[in-house]
Every structure is written in C-alpha cells, then in structure tokens.
Ligand binder design. Structure first.
Ligand code: PA5
Length: 448
C-alpha cells in the first residue's frame, strides 16, 4: 500500500481558533456537494472533477503512442502554451527531472523546452538559434486556439521546423492540443492534417494538467503518466463528495485558509525546500490566483524557494507586516543520498555533521524555519509528500484543484472563470491596431 500525502494544520489553527475554523468547516460539505451536483457558480467547467477516474486505457495509450513518435524522432520538443496550457506540464516535468537535465549528455528522452509563455523577442530568438540544425518537434497547446502568445510562437517555430525538416516531416512532428471544433489552432490542425488531442469544453485551462495538455508533454519527457493519474484518482476518492471534514484534506485546507484570510492574513506563501518544486509553486499560483482573485477579494498567492529565499525574503517573512501565512510542501524521502565527509582541518567547523546526510541539514532548516516563523506570527500549514514521484504529484495536483474549488465557493466567487485576463488583451490589440479594434485604438491613443 502506498503512503499518501498528508496535511498538518496544527501550527496554523491556533492563530484563528477552533470556532472560526468551524464556521468554514461546516460549509465545506455543502461546497463540495455543489461541485459534484453542479449547483454552484461556473458549473459548466467541472469536467476536471472526474478526470482521474474517467480517463480510459485507450486515451492513455493514445497519448503514450504519440509521445513515442516524438521521443524516437526528436532531440528536443517545444511545448507551446501559456498559463494553464503549460504550467502543469512544466511543474511535473521539473519536479521529476534531474536538476541539471540540460547538461545530461546521454539522454533517454528529448529535452522539453517551452515557448509561447512570453513575448520576449530575445527568448524566442535564442530558442530558434538553439533549435537550428537540431531535430525538434512541437506540441502546440491552446484551448481557445486564439491566444496571441502561443499563436505567435507557433507561427515562428512551425516555419522553422518546415524549413529545417521539410513540410511532410514537420507534419509528423507537430501535435496540437485544442478545442474539439473551435479556434484558429483547430482550423490550422485540420487543414495541415496534424495529430490532435481535444481539451473538452468543460475543463478550464488551469484545471487541465490531467488531460493531454499535461499528460502528453509529461509522457514525452519520459515520466509515468499512469502513476500520476493513479495518484490523482486516489486523491479523488479521498476528497469525494460525502467524505467527512475530518477525513477530507481538501476541505480542511480550504476551511483553514479562508479562516486565516478572514482574520487578516491576506497573502499565502507556498514554500518548498527543494528547487525542483519551483514550478509546482508557479502552477499553484496560477490555479489559486486566477480562480480566487475576483470581486476585489481573494488571498494573494505568493511563493518562495527555501533555503535560498531565506537569505532574501526570509527577513520580511520573519518580521514584516503580519498579513501572511505559509503553506509548506515538505518531501519526506529523497531520491538520492549524499553524506557529509569528515575533514581533518575542520576549518569550516562542520565536522559535527560528518557522516550525516545533507537532507538532515535541510530538514532541520525546515523545522527551524517553521518554528521561527510561527514564533514570529506566521501561521504554518504543512503538506507532506512521502516522495517526489509521479504518484504523489498526482495526489498533490488533485488535492490543490479540489481545495481550490471548495475554497472559491467558500469565498463566494466563481473559481472557474477569468474575466480579468481580458483587460490587457483588449488594450494590447487596440495599441497594435488589430482589425476590429478601431474604436478602442482611437480611445487608447488619447490616453497616451
Ligand atoms: O486557466 C486558464 O484558463 C488560462 O490560464 C489559460 O490556460 C491561458 O490563458 C491559455 O489559454 P489557451 O489555452 O486558450 O491558449
């Protein structure tokens, strides 16, 4: 039997008291039920709820087959996408890869690179330079199929691939993940005859990591998507409708973070002690930021990588404004073992550590930091992952998704839309003079 991820609220609950938590805890069952019976806000976007248990053998095999084509033919695969269309894949791939993946010479898997997640001209130039003369493939991901950043990157990289490999071979090395019918990417894929995967209408971008959006790039990188889905399915059971509050870690996390928010803790900092988890935090920030930041409400999701950031943000967290709480992702078991050697001269004074593992030092830094921050007035929620593997990451992903749905309903907002994201796009199109935006162009120019 696998050991599951777990939640410890003992260093957070005292900051708000049992009564305050109970007020939210009592509502979590209702919120969880609303997710499952579709009676809450945004009920058109609840397809993610059952993804782990509904995904079929056929769907998994199709993803693995498509990944094999890219794995066998490419040195590098560029995942093109932004927001929910790349962050989940990147989070899992970085968490499971060697920290020095770039420098590994004898690779078993293609290097996974990313594009379309920014519009930096130097970034795309440097990527194109790197890909010159190399055999590469493209996974182009856009649910709407109309997002500017990935569309621009796809135009550039598709052209380069066709020039380098010829149109026919490029066609074999391009896979698109998009809407079943709508959008420019669907039209293009149909016209060109690319292999495609569908993002169902009822799954929003930031809840899509357990669809081909996340699973295909993760499989290309050589990781076990079946174990990832198995972990997520386990968490689906653990947080299902009807599971009591005492047994439902998603409900507990949602209740406590809302109680903390109501008490004035406006910022939640997701903390890790392993740099490989950096992009898990980026994925989490998007999930919670885009889901909850509405109607002038919502916890601000921030993140730090410790112990690195203890030497920068550590001061602020220890003694700055007391409006924060921390959620720490703690990993129990390391994949590798490194022991500290003895040294005769002992000039660095570290002989008291000789023979002990580096992870023991890290764990004591983690414990010491938690106690110091709690003493400094920072509530601390702890999530323990037994290992950093596919199964535990699957559990973690579904846990955060489910908690986000419940938490959004506790807050009274729609956790499944993102109306605020449109504002910058409208201005950008007006400033660029996009056809159809003439009136907006005229208006925005007056403001300059
Ligand atoms: O969560 C979301 O819905 C967004 O972050 C989208 O994933 C992001 O804007 C990309 O959209 P699309 O996949 O339509 O290109």
């Amino acid at each position: 039997m696998r050991k599951d991820i777990s939640l410890d609220l003992s260093k957070a609950a005292g900051f708000v008291g049992d009564e305050a938590i109970k007020r939210y805890a009592d509502k979590t069952a209702e919120c969880n039920a609303a997710l499952h019976n579709g009676s809450g806000k945004g009920s058109d976007f609840l397809g993610w709820l059952n993804l782990p248990k509904e995904i079929t053998e056929g769907q998994l095999s199709e993803i693995e087959e498509s990944a094999s084509v890219l794995r066998e033919s490419c040195e590098a695969v560029v995942v093109i996408g932004i927001g929910g269309s790349y962050l989940g894949a990147k989070a899992v791939i970085e968490a499971l890869s060697s920290s020095f993946d770039w420098l590994v010479r004898e690779r078993k898997s293609p290097v996974v690179l990313y594009a379309g997640q920014n519009i930096g001209e130097d970034y795309i130039y440097e990527l194109q330079e790197l890909l010159k003369g190399r055999k590469f493939g493209i996974i182009s991901i856009s649910k709407s199929g109309t997002t500017t950043e990935p569309a621009l990157a796809f135009r550039l990289l598709k052209t380069q691939l066709e020039e380098q490999q010829g149109v026919e071979e490029a066609r074999r090395l391009i896979v698109c993940v998009t809407d079943k019918r709508r959008g420019a990417l669907r039209t293009l894929a149909t016209q060109e005859g690319y292999k495609t995967f569908v993002i169902e209408d009822n799954v929003g971008g930031r809840y899509s990591v357990l669809t081909p959006v996340g699973l295909l790039p993760i499989a290309v990188a050589g990781f076990d998507i079946r174990a990832l889905v198995e972990g997520a399915a386990r968490m689906q059971e653990r947080c299902a409708d009807g599971v009591t509050y005492e047994d439902n870690m998603a409900a507990q996390y949602a209740a406590v973070r809302n109680a903390l928010y109501a008490s004035g803790k406006k910022t939640e900092i997701l903390v890790n002690f392993h740099p490989k988890l950096h992009y898990v935090s980026e994925w989490w920030k998007q999930l919670y930021g885009e889901s909850e930041g509405k109607e002038h409400k919502g916890i601000f999701p921030a993140s730090v990588d410790f112990t690195t950031d203890l030497h920068s943000m550590g001061q602020w967290i220890q003694e700055g404004e007391r409006t924060i709480f921390e959620t720490v992702i703690s990993v129990e078991k390391m994949r590798h073992e490194v022991r500290i050697p003895a040294n005769e001269a002992n000039l660095d004074g570290l002989n008291f550590l000789s023979g002990r593992r580096v992870d023991e030092v890290n764990k004591m830094a983690e414990l010491g930091t938690m106690l110091a921050h709690v003493d400094g007035g920072v509530p601390n929620i702890k999530i323990t992952m037994p290992e950093l593997d596919e199964y535990c990451l699957g559990e973690l992903i579904y846990f955060f998704e489910k908690a986000c749905g419940i938490s959004g309903y506790l807050l009274g907002i729609n956790p499944f839309d993102q109306p605020g994201v449109e504002a910058y796009k409208k201005n950008m199109f007006a400033l660029l003079g996009k056809p159809g935006y003439e009136k907006e162009t005229e208006e925005i120019k007056k403001r300059l």
